[in-house]
Design a protein around this ligand. Structure first.
Ligand code: ATP
Length: 296
């Protein structure tokens, strides 16, 4: 049995995020296009003779106890399958935290997939997804990865053809946005039909492999709440557009903004400016990556 596994937990962006209505039970019915990007957290799993789960991470402010999603993912499978070995988890975070990129959910997904292999549990992808949803609504998607239409409260997943390759510039301003705040201040019944993103049109553009069609239809209803409170989000979008992005959007409940670029030089220049240059005031974390599509 292999005693060390190296895993990559990839982040996601939302190419489309629409909220259709608030249900009686308080959940929001959504229609989202999820896309995995090349930025990932590195996770090492080490089997240990000493019982228990131990976590080590490069970010001192992240919990290393049962509040960390990697702990919860490991405990879920180890309890169910009565695994008596211990587990050491080394988590090297690169995906911005609390940023709308599902970093924690992706870490949890990677640990479920990794432990399934390490302990030869024999669970199918679907069986892992059914367990993952107990840890968070985005976890099943993070197990599936790639280009996916997500509906219901995020649990109904339909894989789509891969989005054409392009460069993705990510910029997270130095603010924290609580997902709870965003949804509480979203009054979706007051949105006109033009204010909803064209998610169906986006699906068609993806099916045709039309990157410009995709870029034209980027839309996220949550921006209406966040941009009002944090105008820096719109400033970053403006900057990326002027720098040559074919489309820009806030991901999830924010505050990370992404820009899609087809010109690598323009993308690299914009990265330099935001990271080190005259516009470094706009964002605290800046990454240049690409679209990531797993083999299906
Ligand atoms: P989403 O896109 O699903 O809204 P997010 O990017 O907003 O996700 P995360 O980075 O996944 O948010 O984490 C949010 C909170 O969860 C953090 O405040 C952090 O303390 C806690 N957390 C627990 N485990 C992790 C983890 N492995 N990585 C990051 N955050 C974690």
């Amino acid at each position: 049995m292999t005693t060390h596994f190296k895993l990559r937990a990839y982040g996601k962006i939302n190419l489309g995020l629409d909220v259709l209505r608030k249900r009686e039970d308080g959940y929001h019915e959504v229609k989202m296009i999820m896309q995995t990007v090349g930025l990932f957290d590195q996770i090492d799993l080490f089997k240990s003779g000493e019982p228990g789960i131990r976590i080590e991470t490069n970010l001192p402010y992240l919990p290393v106890n049962e509040n960390n999603l990697v702990y919860q993912a490991a405990r879920l499978l180890m309890e169910e399958f009565q695994i008596k070995d211990g587990l050491n988890i080394r988590l090297r975070k690169l995906i911005p935290v609390a940023a709308g990129m599902a970093g924690g959910s992706s870490d949890a997904a990677a640990v479920l997939v990794g432990l399934n292999k390490m302990f030869r549990l024999g669970l199918s992808e679907e069986e892992l997804m059914n367990r993952g949803v107990k840890l968070g609504a985005d976890v099943p998607y993070c197990i599936m990865r790639g280009t996916v239409l997500s509906e219901g409260i995020g649990e109904k997943l339909t894989p789509l053809p891969p989005v054409p390759q392009c460069q993705v510039l990510l910029a997270k301003p130095a603010i924290s946005v609580s997902t709870k705040f965003v949804y509480e201040n979203l009054h979706i019944d007051q949105f006109s039909s033009e204010e909803h993103p064209d998610v169906d049109g986006m699906v068609h553009a993806i099916e045709k492999g039309d990157l410009y069609g995709i870029a034209d239809r980027l839309g996220n209803v949550l921006e209406k709440v966040t941009v009002k409170k944090y105008p820096v989000i719109e400033e970053i979008k403006d900057y990326m557009r002027r720098a040559g992005a074919i489309g820009t959007l806030m991901s999830g409940s924010g505050p990370t903004v992404f820009g899609l670029f087809v010109n690598p030089k323009a993308a690299a220049d914009a990265y330099e400016e935001l990271r080190y240059g005259s516009r470094r005031d706009l964002a605290r974390q800046v990454y240049l990556t690409n679209i990531y599509n797993p083999k299906r």
